[in-house]
Design a protein around this ligand. Sequence first.
Ligand code: G1P
Length: 279
Amino acid sequence: MPKENMKIRKCLFPAAGYGTRFLPATKAIPKEMLPILTKPLLQYGVEEAREAGIDTMAIVTGRGKRAIEDHFDRSFELEHQIDGTSKEILMKEIRDIVKNCTISYTRQGEMKGLGHAIWTGQTLIGDEPFAVILADDLCDNDGEAVLTQMVKLYEKYRCSIVAVEEIPLEHSNKYGVIAGHEEEDGVIRVTNMVEKPESKDAPSNLAIIGRYILTPDIFDILEDTKPGKGGEIQITDALLTQAKTGGVIAYKFKGKRFDCGSVDGFVKATNFFYNKTQE
Ligand code: G1P
């Protein structure tokens, strides 16, 4: 079977960043472990991947991230303590993940950008199309989750996909920004993409958010991608190479997204999810 016809089975989670915007909280705790209510950000991401039919999680970590591995593992003493008590329910989702998913890790030795982090994950992904979730972009939907929407779209287009949303132009320097032509409602064939442009250089107001589906040729492209914005290897630059042969679409996803990499977005997400529990 041609590899682009394969089902999306694996999701990569780049999780090696320092989380400096949340210091001192992130001095000893990985930013991916910061909770929205009682659940760490990364667990939301893993649950979104599972909803999309994915059961293999590939996590790219770095120094000081061992709490992630402990979280996605059994905790015999604790579980023994709470078994048969009213607290058992609080562990239901994480226990279910640990039982039913394969979770593997590799370390990014040097911080050389998101493109480099994804490239580091090749050893866990192999030669097949895969999803990427940036856990600090937290998404919520009443209907299908964003990654589920994208996996369905992949089954139709069989090429790399980036999720995009409209942003005020003055925020363009925080995102990869795309341009292209609409193929169908909400689906854009990408012809250009720029990493964190100033608003005057932004090719549109459509910003990439932290959900991707990538075809495996991206790994070879990343290997040849020179450092770009900020001296880092950018996934946006590698995707532009794919886009030049028509291989990338952008998808205006349905749902809400919170930038939990910023204190402002984190607080908004906390309030939003708290209010949901009160409905
Ligand atoms: C990364 C990507 C950027 C994308 C963003 C989405 O940037 O480089 O293209 O728009 O994620 O969250 P970061 O937020 O890691 O600086």
